[in-house]
Design a protein around this ligand. Structure first.
Ligand SMILES: Nc1nc2c(ncn2[C@@H]2O[C@H](COP(=O)(O)OP(=O)(O)OP(=O)(O)O)[C@@H](O)[C@H]2O)c(=O)[nH]1
Length: 404
Protein backbone atom coordinates (compact mmCIF):
# COMPACT_ATOMS: atom_id res chain seq x y z
CA UNK A 1 0.00 0.00 0.00
CA UNK A 2 1.14 3.58 -0.60
CA UNK A 3 0.79 6.43 1.85
CA UNK A 4 -1.04 5.39 5.01
CA UNK A 5 -4.48 6.66 5.92
CA UNK A 6 -3.22 9.63 7.90
CA UNK A 7 -3.35 11.57 4.61
CA UNK A 8 -7.13 11.50 5.06
CA UNK A 9 -8.91 13.07 8.08
CA UNK A 10 -9.22 10.69 11.04
CA UNK A 11 -12.03 8.18 10.87
CA UNK A 12 -15.20 9.46 12.57
CA UNK A 13 -17.47 7.16 14.59
CA UNK A 14 -19.82 5.23 12.35
CA UNK A 15 -23.01 7.06 11.42
CA UNK A 16 -26.34 5.26 11.30
CA UNK A 17 -25.68 4.82 7.57
CA UNK A 18 -22.28 3.27 8.08
CA UNK A 19 -23.51 1.20 11.00
CA UNK A 20 -26.36 -0.16 8.92
CA UNK A 21 -23.88 -0.77 6.15
CA UNK A 22 -21.75 -2.86 8.44
CA UNK A 23 -24.70 -4.95 9.47
CA UNK A 24 -26.36 -6.39 6.41
CA UNK A 25 -29.08 -7.90 8.59
CA UNK A 26 -30.29 -4.45 9.55
CA UNK A 27 -29.73 -2.98 6.13
CA UNK A 28 -32.69 -1.84 4.09
CA UNK A 29 -36.18 -3.22 4.04
CA UNK A 30 -37.55 -5.98 1.90
CA UNK A 31 -39.14 -4.85 -1.33
CA UNK A 32 -42.78 -5.99 -1.33
CA UNK A 33 -43.47 -8.70 -3.88
CA UNK A 34 -45.15 -7.25 -6.93
CA UNK A 35 -48.03 -8.89 -8.74
CA UNK A 36 -51.54 -9.90 -7.88
CA UNK A 37 -52.55 -8.98 -4.35
CA UNK A 38 -54.43 -12.09 -3.31
CA UNK A 39 -53.93 -14.26 -0.27
CA UNK A 40 -50.80 -16.44 -0.41
CA UNK A 41 -52.82 -19.69 -0.52
CA UNK A 42 -55.05 -18.54 -3.39
CA UNK A 43 -52.03 -17.16 -5.24
CA UNK A 44 -50.20 -20.48 -4.82
CA UNK A 45 -53.30 -22.32 -6.06
CA UNK A 46 -53.65 -20.14 -9.16
CA UNK A 47 -49.98 -19.75 -9.99
CA UNK A 48 -48.74 -23.22 -9.07
CA UNK A 49 -45.04 -23.59 -9.89
CA UNK A 50 -45.00 -19.97 -11.09
CA UNK A 51 -44.99 -18.89 -7.45
CA UNK A 52 -41.28 -19.87 -7.43
CA UNK A 53 -40.44 -17.51 -10.28
CA UNK A 54 -39.25 -13.96 -9.59
CA UNK A 55 -41.90 -11.33 -8.87
CA UNK A 56 -40.69 -9.41 -11.93
CA UNK A 57 -41.21 -12.37 -14.25
CA UNK A 58 -44.63 -13.15 -12.79
CA UNK A 59 -45.63 -9.57 -13.35
CA UNK A 60 -44.70 -9.74 -17.05
CA UNK A 61 -46.65 -13.00 -17.37
CA UNK A 62 -49.69 -11.44 -15.71
CA UNK A 63 -49.47 -8.52 -18.08
CA UNK A 64 -50.00 -10.89 -21.03
CA UNK A 65 -53.54 -11.39 -19.69
CA UNK A 66 -54.45 -7.76 -20.17
CA UNK A 67 -57.34 -7.51 -22.52
CA UNK A 68 -57.18 -6.35 -26.14
CA UNK A 69 -60.03 -3.89 -26.83
CA UNK A 70 -60.64 -5.16 -30.40
CA UNK A 71 -60.94 -8.72 -29.10
CA UNK A 72 -63.42 -7.62 -26.45
CA UNK A 73 -65.55 -5.94 -29.12
CA UNK A 74 -65.73 -9.17 -31.17
CA UNK A 75 -66.53 -11.24 -28.09
CA UNK A 76 -69.31 -8.82 -27.16
CA UNK A 77 -70.75 -8.94 -30.68
CA UNK A 78 -70.89 -12.74 -30.65
CA UNK A 79 -72.53 -12.89 -27.24
CA UNK A 80 -75.09 -10.23 -28.18
CA UNK A 81 -76.05 -12.16 -31.34
CA UNK A 82 -76.53 -15.48 -29.52
CA UNK A 83 -78.28 -13.93 -26.47
CA UNK A 84 -80.72 -11.90 -28.62
CA UNK A 85 -81.51 -14.97 -30.71
CA UNK A 86 -82.17 -16.92 -27.49
CA UNK A 87 -84.40 -14.10 -26.21
CA UNK A 88 -86.43 -14.15 -29.43
CA UNK A 89 -86.69 -17.93 -29.45
CA UNK A 90 -87.65 -18.24 -25.77
CA UNK A 91 -89.31 -14.94 -24.86
CA UNK A 92 -87.73 -15.46 -21.40
CA UNK A 93 -85.72 -12.98 -19.33
CA UNK A 94 -82.58 -15.03 -18.79
CA UNK A 95 -80.91 -14.01 -22.12
CA UNK A 96 -81.34 -10.37 -21.01
CA UNK A 97 -79.67 -11.19 -17.67
CA UNK A 98 -76.84 -12.77 -19.66
CA UNK A 99 -76.49 -9.58 -21.74
CA UNK A 100 -76.59 -7.47 -18.56
CA UNK A 101 -73.68 -9.47 -17.06
CA UNK A 102 -71.74 -9.14 -20.32
CA UNK A 103 -72.37 -5.38 -20.42
CA UNK A 104 -71.48 -4.89 -16.74
CA UNK A 105 -68.24 -6.85 -17.12
CA UNK A 106 -67.10 -5.05 -20.27
CA UNK A 107 -65.75 -1.82 -18.67
CA UNK A 108 -64.29 -3.79 -15.74
CA UNK A 109 -62.34 -6.13 -18.04
CA UNK A 110 -60.15 -3.29 -19.34
CA UNK A 111 -60.02 -1.35 -16.07
CA UNK A 112 -56.63 0.25 -15.44
CA UNK A 113 -54.91 -1.40 -18.45
CA UNK A 114 -51.95 0.72 -19.55
CA UNK A 115 -52.12 2.95 -16.48
CA UNK A 116 -50.06 3.13 -13.31
CA UNK A 117 -52.94 1.41 -11.47
CA UNK A 118 -52.92 -1.61 -13.81
CA UNK A 119 -51.63 -3.98 -11.12
CA UNK A 120 -54.11 -2.78 -8.50
CA UNK A 121 -57.08 -3.38 -10.81
CA UNK A 122 -55.96 -6.84 -11.94
CA UNK A 123 -58.09 -8.83 -9.44
CA UNK A 124 -61.16 -6.91 -10.62
CA UNK A 125 -60.32 -7.55 -14.27
CA UNK A 126 -59.82 -11.26 -13.58
CA UNK A 127 -63.08 -11.53 -11.63
CA UNK A 128 -65.00 -9.84 -14.44
CA UNK A 129 -63.40 -12.16 -17.04
CA UNK A 130 -64.22 -15.30 -15.08
CA UNK A 131 -67.77 -14.11 -14.37
CA UNK A 132 -68.56 -13.41 -18.02
CA UNK A 133 -67.06 -16.74 -19.12
CA UNK A 134 -69.28 -18.50 -16.61
CA UNK A 135 -72.32 -16.52 -17.78
CA UNK A 136 -71.42 -17.38 -21.36
CA UNK A 137 -71.22 -21.11 -20.60
CA UNK A 138 -74.56 -21.06 -18.79
CA UNK A 139 -76.16 -18.92 -21.51
CA UNK A 140 -74.95 -21.23 -24.29
CA UNK A 141 -76.21 -24.27 -22.36
CA UNK A 142 -79.66 -22.72 -21.92
CA UNK A 143 -79.70 -21.64 -25.60
CA UNK A 144 -79.03 -25.24 -26.65
CA UNK A 145 -81.86 -26.47 -24.45
CA UNK A 146 -84.27 -24.34 -26.50
CA UNK A 147 -83.84 -26.72 -29.42
CA UNK A 148 -83.56 -23.86 -31.96
CA UNK A 149 -81.59 -25.04 -34.98
CA UNK A 150 -79.66 -21.79 -35.60
CA UNK A 151 -78.85 -21.48 -31.91
CA UNK A 152 -77.69 -25.09 -31.87
CA UNK A 153 -75.17 -24.18 -34.56
CA UNK A 154 -74.09 -20.83 -33.09
CA UNK A 155 -73.92 -21.48 -29.33
CA UNK A 156 -71.18 -24.20 -29.55
CA UNK A 157 -69.20 -22.00 -31.94
CA UNK A 158 -69.42 -19.19 -29.37
CA UNK A 159 -68.20 -21.41 -26.53
CA UNK A 160 -65.40 -23.01 -28.54
CA UNK A 161 -64.27 -19.57 -29.82
CA UNK A 162 -64.17 -18.21 -26.27
CA UNK A 163 -62.22 -21.19 -25.01
CA UNK A 164 -59.73 -20.72 -27.86
CA UNK A 165 -59.22 -17.12 -26.70
CA UNK A 166 -58.72 -18.28 -23.11
CA UNK A 167 -56.20 -20.92 -24.21
CA UNK A 168 -54.31 -18.47 -26.42
CA UNK A 169 -54.16 -15.61 -23.92
CA UNK A 170 -54.29 -17.11 -20.46
CA UNK A 171 -51.00 -18.98 -20.65
CA UNK A 172 -49.90 -16.96 -17.63
CA UNK A 173 -52.56 -18.65 -15.53
CA UNK A 174 -52.75 -22.23 -16.86
CA UNK A 175 -54.60 -23.58 -13.83
CA UNK A 176 -57.40 -21.04 -13.97
CA UNK A 177 -57.60 -21.34 -17.76
CA UNK A 178 -57.88 -25.15 -17.47
CA UNK A 179 -60.68 -24.71 -14.92
CA UNK A 180 -62.54 -22.38 -17.31
CA UNK A 181 -62.12 -24.90 -20.16
CA UNK A 182 -63.48 -27.69 -17.95
CA UNK A 183 -66.45 -25.74 -16.56
CA UNK A 184 -67.52 -24.23 -19.89
CA UNK A 185 -66.82 -27.55 -21.66
CA UNK A 186 -69.08 -29.32 -19.14
CA UNK A 187 -71.84 -26.72 -19.65
CA UNK A 188 -71.56 -27.11 -23.43
CA UNK A 189 -71.77 -30.87 -23.04
CA UNK A 190 -74.82 -30.51 -20.79
CA UNK A 191 -76.43 -28.16 -23.35
CA UNK A 192 -75.92 -30.59 -26.22
CA UNK A 193 -76.92 -33.65 -24.17
CA UNK A 194 -80.08 -31.94 -22.89
CA UNK A 195 -81.14 -30.43 -26.24
CA UNK A 196 -84.60 -31.46 -27.47
CA UNK A 197 -83.08 -31.82 -30.96
CA UNK A 198 -82.36 -35.48 -31.68
CA UNK A 199 -78.93 -36.95 -32.33
CA UNK A 200 -76.79 -34.47 -30.32
CA UNK A 201 -75.75 -36.87 -27.56
CA UNK A 202 -73.22 -38.58 -29.86
CA UNK A 203 -71.44 -35.38 -30.97
CA UNK A 204 -71.47 -34.11 -27.36
CA UNK A 205 -69.16 -37.03 -26.48
CA UNK A 206 -66.47 -35.26 -28.56
CA UNK A 207 -66.30 -32.51 -25.95
CA UNK A 208 -63.89 -34.29 -23.54
CA UNK A 209 -61.51 -34.85 -26.48
CA UNK A 210 -61.83 -31.15 -27.43
CA UNK A 211 -61.17 -30.07 -23.84
CA UNK A 212 -58.08 -32.30 -23.71
CA UNK A 213 -56.78 -30.74 -26.95
CA UNK A 214 -57.35 -27.27 -25.51
CA UNK A 215 -55.53 -28.26 -22.35
CA UNK A 216 -52.52 -29.55 -24.35
CA UNK A 217 -52.38 -26.30 -26.32
CA UNK A 218 -52.63 -24.28 -23.14
CA UNK A 219 -49.84 -26.26 -21.52
CA UNK A 220 -47.66 -25.86 -24.61
CA UNK A 221 -48.33 -22.10 -24.84
CA UNK A 222 -47.56 -21.70 -21.17
CA UNK A 223 -44.26 -23.59 -21.39
CA UNK A 224 -43.14 -21.62 -24.45
CA UNK A 225 -44.04 -18.29 -22.92
CA UNK A 226 -42.33 -19.14 -19.65
CA UNK A 227 -39.16 -20.32 -21.40
CA UNK A 228 -39.05 -17.18 -23.55
CA UNK A 229 -39.43 -14.95 -20.53
CA UNK A 230 -36.88 -16.90 -18.50
CA UNK A 231 -34.38 -16.53 -21.36
CA UNK A 232 -35.15 -12.85 -21.69
CA UNK A 233 -34.63 -12.31 -17.96
CA UNK A 234 -31.43 -14.35 -17.92
CA UNK A 235 -30.05 -12.44 -20.92
CA UNK A 236 -30.81 -9.18 -19.24
CA UNK A 237 -29.24 -10.33 -15.98
CA UNK A 238 -26.08 -11.45 -17.80
CA UNK A 239 -25.84 -8.19 -19.73
CA UNK A 240 -25.95 -6.22 -16.48
CA UNK A 241 -23.70 -8.38 -14.32
CA UNK A 242 -19.97 -8.87 -14.04
CA UNK A 243 -19.51 -12.66 -14.27
CA UNK A 244 -16.39 -12.78 -12.08
CA UNK A 245 -17.69 -10.98 -9.00
CA UNK A 246 -21.45 -11.19 -9.56
CA UNK A 247 -21.59 -7.41 -9.06
CA UNK A 248 -23.56 -5.14 -11.40
CA UNK A 249 -21.41 -3.97 -14.31
CA UNK A 250 -20.86 -0.51 -15.77
CA UNK A 251 -24.05 -0.64 -17.85
CA UNK A 252 -26.17 -1.46 -14.82
CA UNK A 253 -24.39 1.25 -12.86
CA UNK A 254 -25.17 3.82 -15.55
CA UNK A 255 -28.84 2.72 -15.55
CA UNK A 256 -29.06 3.01 -11.75
CA UNK A 257 -27.46 6.42 -11.87
CA UNK A 258 -29.96 7.51 -14.51
CA UNK A 259 -32.87 6.18 -12.40
CA UNK A 260 -31.60 8.13 -9.41
CA UNK A 261 -31.39 11.28 -11.51
CA UNK A 262 -34.90 10.71 -12.85
CA UNK A 263 -36.15 10.62 -9.26
CA UNK A 264 -35.84 14.43 -9.16
CA UNK A 265 -33.63 17.47 -9.19
CA UNK A 266 -33.31 17.50 -5.42
CA UNK A 267 -31.94 13.93 -5.26
CA UNK A 268 -28.88 13.71 -3.05
CA UNK A 269 -26.34 10.93 -3.56
CA UNK A 270 -22.62 10.21 -3.62
CA UNK A 271 -20.51 8.48 -6.25
CA UNK A 272 -17.29 6.78 -5.13
CA UNK A 273 -14.78 5.72 -7.80
CA UNK A 274 -12.36 3.15 -6.42
CA UNK A 275 -9.26 1.42 -7.74
CA UNK A 276 -7.16 -1.23 -5.98
CA UNK A 277 -3.57 -0.34 -5.20
CA UNK A 278 -0.93 -2.92 -6.02
CA UNK A 279 -3.30 -5.35 -7.70
CA UNK A 280 -1.02 -5.99 -10.65
CA UNK A 281 1.63 -7.30 -8.22
CA UNK A 282 -0.80 -10.04 -7.07
CA UNK A 283 -1.35 -11.06 -10.69
CA UNK A 284 2.36 -11.02 -11.39
CA UNK A 285 3.42 -12.89 -8.25
CA UNK A 286 0.60 -15.43 -7.85
CA UNK A 287 -1.00 -15.67 -11.28
CA UNK A 288 -4.15 -14.38 -12.96
CA UNK A 289 -6.32 -16.92 -11.17
CA UNK A 290 -5.19 -15.57 -7.79
CA UNK A 291 -6.02 -12.06 -9.06
CA UNK A 292 -9.50 -13.26 -9.98
CA UNK A 293 -10.03 -14.77 -6.52
CA UNK A 294 -8.88 -11.55 -4.94
CA UNK A 295 -11.32 -9.48 -7.02
CA UNK A 296 -14.20 -11.79 -5.99
CA UNK A 297 -13.26 -11.46 -2.30
CA UNK A 298 -12.94 -7.69 -2.56
CA UNK A 299 -16.43 -7.58 -4.08
CA UNK A 300 -17.75 -9.71 -1.20
CA UNK A 301 -16.28 -7.36 1.38
CA UNK A 302 -17.75 -4.33 -0.37
CA UNK A 303 -21.17 -5.97 -0.50
CA UNK A 304 -21.02 -6.86 3.19
CA UNK A 305 -20.26 -3.29 4.11
CA UNK A 306 -22.93 -1.45 2.16
CA UNK A 307 -26.65 -0.99 2.75
CA UNK A 308 -29.18 -2.74 0.53
CA UNK A 309 -30.08 0.49 -1.25
CA UNK A 310 -26.44 1.25 -2.04
CA UNK A 311 -24.89 -0.18 -5.18
CA UNK A 312 -21.37 -1.39 -5.76
CA UNK A 313 -20.41 -2.20 -9.33
CA UNK A 314 -17.29 -3.49 -11.02
CA UNK A 315 -16.61 -1.19 -13.94
CA UNK A 316 -13.18 -2.40 -15.08
CA UNK A 317 -10.22 -4.63 -14.17
CA UNK A 318 -9.65 -3.57 -10.55
CA UNK A 319 -12.00 -0.59 -10.67
CA UNK A 320 -15.24 -0.38 -8.71
CA UNK A 321 -17.88 2.31 -8.30
CA UNK A 322 -20.19 2.80 -5.34
CA UNK A 323 -23.46 4.68 -5.44
CA UNK A 324 -24.78 5.92 -2.09
CA UNK A 325 -28.34 7.25 -2.42
CA UNK A 326 -29.15 9.98 0.11
CA UNK A 327 -25.54 10.34 1.29
CA UNK A 328 -23.96 13.74 1.89
CA UNK A 329 -20.25 14.56 2.31
CA UNK A 330 -19.76 13.23 5.86
CA UNK A 331 -21.47 9.92 5.25
CA UNK A 332 -19.71 9.43 1.88
CA UNK A 333 -16.35 10.12 3.55
CA UNK A 334 -17.06 7.70 6.37
CA UNK A 335 -18.12 4.97 3.94
CA UNK A 336 -14.95 5.59 1.88
CA UNK A 337 -12.89 5.28 5.06
CA UNK A 338 -14.54 1.97 5.99
CA UNK A 339 -14.07 0.60 2.47
CA UNK A 340 -10.40 1.53 2.64
CA UNK A 341 -10.02 -0.26 5.98
CA UNK A 342 -11.87 -3.33 4.70
CA UNK A 343 -9.60 -3.70 1.67
CA UNK A 344 -6.45 -3.05 3.72
CA UNK A 345 -7.04 -6.28 5.73
CA UNK A 346 -5.12 -9.24 4.24
CA UNK A 347 -6.93 -11.65 1.89
CA UNK A 348 -6.43 -15.41 2.08
CA UNK A 349 -6.79 -17.03 -1.35
CA UNK A 350 -7.80 -20.61 -2.15
CA UNK A 351 -4.36 -22.18 -1.99
CA UNK A 352 -3.63 -20.54 1.40
CA UNK A 353 -1.64 -17.64 -0.05
CA UNK A 354 -2.16 -14.37 1.83
CA UNK A 355 -2.03 -11.14 -0.13
CA UNK A 356 -2.49 -7.51 0.76
CA UNK A 357 -3.61 -4.65 -1.45
CA UNK A 358 -4.87 -1.13 -0.87
CA UNK A 359 -7.63 1.09 -2.15
CA UNK A 360 -7.79 4.63 -3.49
CA UNK A 361 -11.12 6.43 -3.61
CA UNK A 362 -12.46 9.53 -5.38
CA UNK A 363 -15.72 11.01 -4.08
CA UNK A 364 -18.21 13.19 -5.98
CA UNK A 365 -21.49 14.44 -4.58
CA UNK A 366 -24.81 15.26 -6.15
CA UNK A 367 -25.88 18.05 -6.23
CA UNK A 368 -22.65 19.72 -4.90
CA UNK A 369 -20.32 18.52 -7.67
CA UNK A 370 -22.92 18.40 -10.45
CA UNK A 371 -26.26 16.95 -11.46
CA UNK A 372 -25.39 14.96 -14.53
CA UNK A 373 -24.41 11.31 -13.93
CA UNK A 374 -21.64 11.20 -16.53
CA UNK A 375 -20.20 14.46 -15.19
CA UNK A 376 -20.25 13.15 -11.61
CA UNK A 377 -18.45 10.00 -12.68
CA UNK A 378 -15.75 12.08 -14.38
CA UNK A 379 -15.41 14.24 -11.24
CA UNK A 380 -15.10 11.18 -8.98
CA UNK A 381 -12.59 9.65 -11.39
CA UNK A 382 -10.50 12.84 -11.35
CA UNK A 383 -10.59 12.79 -7.54
CA UNK A 384 -9.47 9.15 -7.61
CA UNK A 385 -6.57 10.12 -9.83
CA UNK A 386 -5.59 12.74 -7.26
CA UNK A 387 -5.79 10.14 -4.48
CA UNK A 388 -3.43 7.92 -6.50
CA UNK A 389 -1.05 10.81 -7.09
CA UNK A 390 -1.14 11.68 -3.39
CA UNK A 391 0.39 8.28 -2.65
CA UNK A 392 -2.60 5.84 -2.84
CA UNK A 393 -4.43 4.24 0.08
CA UNK A 394 -6.53 7.37 0.66
CA UNK A 395 -9.63 9.16 -0.56
CA UNK A 396 -10.03 12.54 -2.18
CA UNK A 397 -13.12 14.70 -2.76
CA UNK A 398 -14.03 16.24 -6.10
CA UNK A 399 -14.81 19.89 -6.75
CA UNK A 400 -15.44 22.28 -3.91
CA UNK A 401 -14.39 19.86 -1.17
CA UNK A 402 -11.07 18.99 -2.84
CA UNK A 403 -8.17 19.58 -0.48
CA UNK A 404 -5.45 19.74 -3.11
N1 LIG B 1 -6.77 -11.32 -12.48
C1 LIG B 1 -7.34 -10.37 -13.21
N2 LIG B 1 -6.61 -9.31 -13.57
C2 LIG B 1 -7.20 -8.35 -14.30
C3 LIG B 1 -8.52 -8.43 -14.72
N3 LIG B 1 -8.82 -7.31 -15.42
C4 LIG B 1 -7.71 -6.56 -15.45
N4 LIG B 1 -6.71 -7.17 -14.76
C5 LIG B 1 -5.37 -6.71 -14.52
O1 LIG B 1 -5.43 -5.74 -13.48
C6 LIG B 1 -4.30 -4.91 -13.57
C7 LIG B 1 -4.76 -3.50 -13.29
O2 LIG B 1 -3.69 -2.63 -13.48
P1 LIG B 1 -3.38 -1.47 -12.46
O3 LIG B 1 -4.61 -0.90 -11.90
O4 LIG B 1 -2.44 -0.54 -13.18
O5 LIG B 1 -2.59 -2.26 -11.36
P2 LIG B 1 -2.21 -1.76 -9.92
O6 LIG B 1 -1.04 -2.56 -9.49
O7 LIG B 1 -3.41 -1.85 -9.05
O8 LIG B 1 -1.81 -0.26 -10.16
P3 LIG B 1 -2.19 0.98 -9.24
O9 LIG B 1 -3.63 1.20 -9.42
O10 LIG B 1 -1.37 2.11 -9.79
O11 LIG B 1 -1.82 0.62 -7.84
C8 LIG B 1 -3.70 -5.14 -14.94
O12 LIG B 1 -2.50 -5.87 -14.80
C9 LIG B 1 -4.73 -5.99 -15.67
O13 LIG B 1 -4.13 -6.93 -16.56
C10 LIG B 1 -9.26 -9.57 -14.34
O14 LIG B 1 -10.45 -9.73 -14.66
N5 LIG B 1 -8.63 -10.51 -13.59
Amino acid sequence: MGVPLHDCPPAAPPTPTAAAAADPASAGTAVPAAGLRVGPRLRRLLQGPLADESAELRQVLWRTLDEVPALQAFELLWTVVVALMAWRASGADWPLAWLAIEAACLPLRGRGVGSARAEAWRPLRMTANVLRLLAMGLGAMAALWLGDLALTALAPVLVVGMLAVVVARWAALPRLAAAVVLVDGALLWAGLAGSPLPGLLGPSCMIPAGAAAFWLLLHHNHRMLLQLLQLQFENRRLSLQDPLTGLPNRREFTERLARLREAGQSTRFAVLCMDLDGFKRVNDQHGHDAGDQLLAQVAQRFRGLLRQQDAVCRVGGDEFVVLLPGAEATVATQVAQRLLQEVARPFTLRDGVTVQVGLSVGIALCPGDGQDGAHLLREADAALYRAKRAGKGCWRHAGALAAD
